[in-house]
Design a protein around this ligand. Structure first.
Ligand SMILES: *Cc1c(COP(=O)(O)O)cnc(C)c1O
Length: 370
């Protein structure tokens, strides 16, 4: 059996005709930039996240950059975030001229709230938690700390559309939520895309201008902005996919439950343990495994493709060298980097493939026993 880590083409088998017809409509009306589909998608996405406003942009990375810019965060400011993430959740801070300040994560991959306060200085402007793997960060604690210190919170929800903490959707807690619509995310465009969420009408207006070259109307510009609009074509496609995202999420959750039941008994493997106040959406299904590299090779030899999210913690990336963090400074993140392995998890994965993956993981450790 050959099982790829992702299979985007398989997602489109069922919905290809719907997508082609939506794309056809856009070709017919020709409003490729900020056509009606963009605002329609924004309204529906805001409903999905249970927030007042959503703003479509070019990518998840741009969503983060625009969020920081809209709050006036820049040179001289500090933003607290995690070294255990995709690089964009840190690069956005540096790209607006501010300084990323790292706080280690817990075993659940997300920011350790008990370590945030000691990282706060007079220059701190915001906390930027990441809902990594589609698991919500502890938003109750984070919002309490932010409130006590008068800080903004920018949620990196790139991996977490429809995830919930205490029955509230991510992207609705902080000042601004930032989502990615990259093809590999759980609500995916056929190309790049991103979206911001907020309940603040003034930020909504500012973000709409920031993503559209700062234009107040066709001819007047009140401040410099970016060209970072979500395409009409992508919005039309996303409107189709929005119909399926809850169903797809439930399948991911059922698959995660299957993996948990099959792998939980292995002493060499730690599976994600969802808490009762969390709804995880499993953008990735990350286990912590003894002899991780050997397991990865073994699975590869048996036709199963896996990934590591992420093998190099951000504070140890060459790009972060000037921040002068050293190895050993974030022990949980560093330990995780040597143990984590992402197993395939997507709605189009067949049940027999899922069973084969779980069985093959078990057989790797069985052979070890002999
Ligand atoms: C994917 C991702 C981003 C960036 O999104 P893009 O749409 O690829 O720019 C940011 N943060 C996290 C945690 C991500 O997974």
């Amino acid at each position: 059996m050959k099982i790829p880590y992702t299979n985007i083409a398989a997602q489109h088998v069922r919905i290809k005709n719907e997508i082609l017809s939506a794309v056809g409509n856009v070709l017919d009306h020709g409003k490729f930039i900020l056509g009606n589909e963009v605002e329609e998608f924004e309204c529906r996405f805001a409903d999905l996240c249970k927030v007042s406003y959503a703003i479509g942009v070019n990518s998840g990375t741009d969503a983060l950059i625009l969020a920081l810019r809209s709050l006036g965060i820049g040179p001289g400011d500090e933003v607290i975030t995690v070294p255990n993430s995709f690089v964009a959740s840190t690069s956005c801070v540096a790209l607006v001229g501010a300084r990323p300040v790292f706080v280690d994560v817990r075993d659940d991959y997300n920011i350790d709230p008990s370590m945030i306060e000691q990282a706060i200085t007079s220059r701190t402007r915001a906390i930027l938690p990441v809902h990594l793997t589609g698991r919500p960060a502890n938003m109750t604690s984070i919002m309490e700390i932010a409130k006590a210190h008068d800080l903004d919170v920018i949620e990196d929800c790139a991996q977490a559309v429809c995830a919930e903490y205490e029955r509230e959707r991510v992207g609705s807690f902080g000042t601004i939520g930032c989502f990615s619509l990259h093809p590999l995310k759980t609500l995916n465009a056929c190309g790049d895309g991103g979206v911001l969420t907020t309940n603040d009408p003034r930020l909504y207006e500012r973000l709409r201008k920031l993503r559209n070259v700062g234009l107040h109307n066709r001819d007047e510009c009140h401040f410099w902005g970016y060209n970072s609009r979500l395409d009409t074509m992508q919005s039309a496609i996303l409107l189709i996919k929005l119909h399926y995202v809850e169903e797809w999420t439930e399948i991911r959750r059922a698959y995660a439950d299957y993996y948990r039941r099959r792998l939980n008994g292995l002493p060499q493997v730690q599976v994600p343990n969802e808490k009762s106040n969390e709804r995880c959406v499993y953008h990735t299904y990350v286990i912590q495994a003894d002899r991780r590299d050997e397991l990865k090779d073994y699975l590869g030899e048996h036709g199963i493709d896996t990934k590591i999210h992420y093998p190099i913690p951000i504070h140890l990336q060459q790009a972060a060298k000037y921040l002068e963090y050293t190895e050993g400074q974030f022990p949980v993140t560093e330990r995780l980097a040597s143990k984590i392995l992402s197993l395939p998890i997507y709605p189009e994965l067949r049940i027999d493939e899922l069973e084969y993956i779980a069985t093959t993981v078990c057989s790797f450790y069985d052979t070890e026993e002999e």
